[in-house]
Design a protein around this ligand. Structure first.
Ligand code: FMN
Length: 151
């Protein structure tokens, strides 16, 4: 299977999480491509079997719980037909001390619905990635197993 892992980061957590996810898929014999949302093309979408969207939650325009701003172009893309029928899964990093814990996940789930994508598993929300990196990466490994068994 070909996984396209679309991710953005502010302080490095989602970068580390996305790379851990990528190496887990590769250890299981799958191909992965890691890409920033701004660099996603119709060709990359067409070439992938499963698209993972991974984002921290942040506040923009005084709104809490938003995806990384690098997702803005993708979220407002009007050429949505390229996403129709594609399989998706969503990974969010956040912190429960904020009002909208992993609010970005809700926004990205809505995006998948809007573009006619298919969510293949419940989204994974990780609280305080860097404060428990080993535990967080174990959660990601387990989630990757759930994704693979749903295919
Ligand atoms: C300014 C700021 C705003 C944040 N807003 C939220 C939020 O609304 N909801 C949430 O769950 N986490 C929030 N967080 C926590 C980050 O999402 C969390 O630290 C995440 O692991 C950062 O990922 P990154 O290292 O990939 O940037 C915020 C952090 C900062 C510094």
């Amino acid at each position: 299977m070909k996984f396209l892992i679309v991710f953005a980061t502010n302080s490095g957590g989602t970068d580390s999480a996305a790379k851990h996810l990528s190496s887990t898929f590769e250890k299981n014999g799958h191909e992965t491509t890691l890409v920033n949302p701004k660099d996603v093309t119709a060709e990359l979408i067409a070439a992938s079997d499963i698209i993972i969207l991974a984002s921290p939650s942040w506040d923009f325009d005084t709104k809490e719980g938003q995806p990384h701003e690098d997702f803005n172009g993708m979220l407002t893309d009007t050429e949505i037909q390229k996403y129709a029928g594609k399989k998706f899964a969503i990974l969010g990093l956040g912190d429960t001390s904020y009002t909208y814990f992993c609010g970005a996940v809700d926004v990205l789930e809505q995006f998948v619905k809007t573009v006619g994508g298919i969510l293949i598993a419940p989204s994974l929300k990780i609280d305080g990635y860097f404060s428990a990196i080993e535990k967080s990466n174990d959660m990601i490994t387990q989630w990757a197993g759930t994704l693979l068994s749903s295919l």
